[in-house]
Design a protein around this ligand. Sequence first.
Ligand SMILES: CC(C)(COP(=O)(O)OP(=O)(O)OC[C@H]1O[C@@H](n2cnc3c(N)ncnc32)[C@H](O)[C@@H]1OP(=O)(O)O)[C@@H](O)C(=O)NCCC(=O)NCCS
Length: 150
Amino acid sequence: MTRRDLARVAAIELNVFGRDAWPLHAFRDLLAAFSQARPVRGAMWVAEDPRTGELLGYAGVEVSALWGEMDVINIAVAAEYRRRGIGRLFIERIVGLCRRRGVPLLWLRVRASNRGARRFYRRMGFRERGRFQRYYEDPAEPAVIMAMDV
Ligand SMILES: CC(C)(COP(=O)(O)OP(=O)(O)OC[C@H]1O[C@@H](n2cnc3c(N)ncnc32)[C@H](O)[C@@H]1OP(=O)(O)O)[C@@H](O)C(=O)NCCC(=O)NCCS
């Protein structure tokens, strides 16, 4: 992901997550923080159609301060491009980064009601490890914590 992608990333984010959507500046600030940090603090990617240049989705991961784990901070594929393996490619990219950096644990939070994403993550090898009660608002609901040993 680069600054040039931000408007398109924010448009997909709004479409997919509505009231939960991150504003454009959240992506911009994180991108700037990640690009300057040494050692690496995180990474964000986009998937683009090589023929048309259309942005199909994006994903990001953040390294914990102590280097023992990475946290999937976002992943989304535009609705019309789902179930074509793009989400899987993002997870493979994230797992590859974990392995190269010697990070043994990858985890994430997902809305309890987001059954499609929970199934996707299980299929990718994540297991449900617990819940944060009252984590999300509007509507209020728990976050399911999922993790994978990489
Ligand atoms: C979750 C998400 C990123 C998956 O992306 P994707 O590109 O559609 O995923 P893939 O095509 O790589 O799916 C790989 C496998 O995961 C499983 N899977 C993916 N989406 C699924 C769904 N909605 N329901 C059940 N299983 C699903 C399937 O087994 C799929 O393989 P198959 O299509 O051969 O059956 C996408 O659905 C999305 O953007 N959802 C909205 C945003 C979101 O909820 N993000 C997570 C927030 S924590």
